[in-house]
Design a protein. Structure first.
Length: 292
């Protein structure tokens, strides 16, 4: 543990360390009262660097490094370690962080062999109408709403997950490649894990497709909708809870909803670290696909 991590209030540090063990049945923790400092107008485009050097860079790095290690992905936002999540004009219907339509339940970077263990979303500014909710649903709670037959089907390695659009924005490949086959539910029955994206995970057979539909309904049943206020930080266990976003109406007036996101990975394999061209940035999928 670095000396900077000791600067966190003891109760907060203990909460994060406990959550990092991965035993939470809910798959998320909500922290309130995070200092966000001065917030400029919400950007209207990508890569504006509006928050370069902002105090929340240090706060989010501190939290991510306590949970594991802050990481980025070379294929996504050119390896940025902290992502600005806000609507962009003309991208309203994109199923990613620049859109404003509903974003259904998903495991972050579902296709990736080194998908993050945790992700954090810090609210800088909520939407004008106060209706945009971060939606979180735990597979450990949802599994009680599934039949044994559906759970067994979801444990079979008959599913494929296409790359999300944030990883293919600059790629010429169409349609995007898919990862798999893989199970959707795995691990001990009492502490199940999830690998699922409502938009990108597909089954190889009718039984698997039926089970995916049942899973989506079960996640909806146990979902918690959280309308984040400035200074709220929700942290999601990416292997336990799927998350999403409800729809909202951006106005593009400089005061739209604005979140900051980080990824944290508990352990990066030595081979991946040796292949990194920049510290903390996972190599491109083209370089590591099929390794694990």
């Amino acid at each position: 543990m670095s000396f900077l991590q000791l600067d966190l209030p003891p109760a907060l540090r203990e909460t994060l360390l406990d959550f990092a063990e991965g035993t939470s049945p809910h798959g998320h923790v909500l922290l309130r009262g995070i200092e966000v400092g001065d917030v400029p107008t919400t950007p209207a485009g990508h890569g504006t660097a509006a928050l370069d050097g902002h105090p929340t860079d240090g706060t989010l790095t501190l939290v991510a490094d306590l949970l594991g290690s802050l990481v980025g992905y070379q294929d996504e936002k050119s390896g940025a370690l902290i992502h600005d999540v806000h609507p962009v004009p003309g991208e309203e219907s994109r199923i990613e962080n620049s859109g404003s339509v509903a974003f259904d339940f998903h495991t972050e970077n579902v296709h990736h062999p080194l998908r993050p263990d945790f992700l954090g979303l810090l609210c800088l500014r909520r939407d004008h109408d106060g209706v945009a909710a971060t939606r979180v649903a735990s597979v450990r709670e949802a599994i009680a709403h599934l039949t044994p037959e559906d759970v067994e089907a979801l444990r079979q390695p008959v599913y494929h997950s296409a790359y999300p659009s944030s990883f293919t924005r600059d790629a010429a490949t169409a349609p995007p490649p898919a990862a798999g086959p893989h199970p959707v539910i795995f691990g001990d029955p009492g502490r199940a894990f999830l690998r699922f994206n409502s938009h990108h995970t597909h089954a190889a057979d009718a039984r698997g497709a039926h089970a995916l539909e049942a899973l989506a309904r079960a996640l909806e049943t146990v979902c918690q909708d959280i309308v984040l206020e400035p200074g709220d930080l929700v942290i999601v266990d990416n292997h336990v809870a799927a998350h999403g976003r409800s729809a909202f109406a951006p106005r593009y007036d400089g005061a739209d909803r604005w979140l900051r996101r980080f990824y944290s990975l508990r352990s990066t394999p030595l081979w991946a670290r040796r292949m990194m061209r920049r510290p903390r940035v996972i190599p491109r999928m083209a370089e590591i696909r099929g390794v694990v």
